[in-house]
Write a protein that binds this ligand. Structure first.
Ligand code: 9MR
Length: 355
């Protein structure tokens, strides 16, 4: 309460440029009212028929500033890392769904939908898995998918079944422990196992760098087209959308890419969006204005594509983002470090309202 009051106080005083606080780094050109005063993003998203999501960590769910904004604006939840194999399978003998369950329980108690993320990803494999022989890996791979998808059966709307399996240059499949020891068919097998374990969940392939028309998106397209042709149970493709406002993928390319995937009978979604601004020239206000425009136009592409059914942001506020570890200081999300709505928030709101 004291913190909330302090934020409100700072928000008011920041307008008078006299509150020396960390959030001063993200003062916006449009006066930012406290997020409590802005319309819920999820209502605007629902009017457009889309879910609006955020990646969360269970530890944040104890922070009232965080949950206040999260509860008000989002209706779709992705666990940022706590449903991944490296978390659930730290020990080869015991599965631990505790943190993922905390997120799922929180979401369910508030009527939010849940996106399972991610069953098979080379970036989140328990260390013991790397030492397995091919036959041991096959068995561990199958057990992991079966038990994780069965654990959340009936609770998740969708799963990211295979994540980032295509090489960055689009030359082919990424050379991962799964490909090396299980062969290229590990991807189709993962989808089949997931469907058996949870027949109701929508099953997605999820990747980055293939948002617009690029060599990588061509390869992702080929991959999912072949899966569909083989009768593999895949329902959609997630376009992660970790982009820089200095060089975003052109809207027309994203639209064309979504449409060709939709023409395969697949759904699409924007699954991990954030927009970096550190490489945009000019003042912070100018950078945040460019960011607003990038958020608006990319989300508008989803809103214009009938098969694009959700937009998920990779975090709630600039107080927490994976971007800082990877790229350094930035302001990539919709709410600032004090949980106040940024220009980016209004850009997304405009897109959902088709403005
Ligand atoms: O943001 C996530 C970070 O907190 C985790 O430490 C990391 C490893 O589990 O994964 C990050 O999320 C990644 C996502 O799962 C897949 N696409 C790229 C995301 C950023 O690295």
């Amino acid at each position: 309460m004291v913190r909330a009051r302090l934020s409100l106080f700072c928000a008011v005083v920041l307008l008078a440029a006299s509150c020396d606080h960390k959030s001063a780094a993200v003062t916006s050109p449009t006066p930012s009212p406290p997020s409590t005063d802005v319309d819920p993003l999820k209502d605007a998203a629902a009017m457009s028929g889309r879910l609006v999501g955020a990646a969360v960590q269970s530890a944040f769910l104890g922070d009232p500033r965080y949950t206040h904004v999260f509860d008000r604006h989002f209706n779709y939840v992705t666990a940022e890392y706590e449903m991944k194999w490296a978390t659930t399978g730290r020990s080869p003998d015991v599965e631990d769904f505790g943190a993922g369950d905390a997120i799922a329980g929180y979401a369910e108690s508030r009527g939010m939908r849940i996106k399972g993320h991610a069953l098979i990803w080379h970036g989140s494999v328990p260390s013991w898995v790397n030492a397995l022989s091919a036959s041991e890996l096959r068995s561990a791979f199958e057990n992991h998918i079966r038990s994780t998808a069965a654990h959340y059966r009936g609770r998740v709307l969708a799963w990211d079944v295979v994540n980032e399996a295509v090489a960055d240059d689009g030359s082919g499949l990424r050379d991962t422990v799964f490909r090396q020891k299980l062969g290229d068919q590990y991807i189709a097998n993962a989808f089949r196992l997931a469907r058996e374990a949870d027949p109701q969940a929508l099953l997605f392939y999820n990747d980055y760098g293939g948002e617009g028309l690029t060599a990588k998106s061509d390869r992702i397209y080929d991959l999912v087209r072949d899966l569909v042709a083989q009768g593999v149970p895949i329902d959609g493709v997630g376009l992660q959308m970790h982009v820089s406002a200095a060089n975003p993928p052109p809207d027309a390319g994203i639209a064309a890419n979504m449409r060709r995937l939709a023409d395969l009978g697949l759904r699409v979604n924007i699954s991990e969006m954030d927009v970096r601004v550190r490489d945009v020239p000019g003042t912070l206000q100018a950078r945040l204005d460019v960011q607003r425009s990038v958020y608006r136009s990319i989300v508008a592409v989803c809103v214009a594509e009938p098969r694009c059914d959700a937009v998920t942001f990779w975090g709630v506020s600039d107080a927490h983002s994976w971007i800082y570890t990877q790229y350094g200081p930035d302001n990539p999300l919709l709410f600032d470090e004090q949980y106040l709505a940024k220009p980016a928030f209004y850009g997304v709101m405009d897109a959902f309202r088709r403005r």
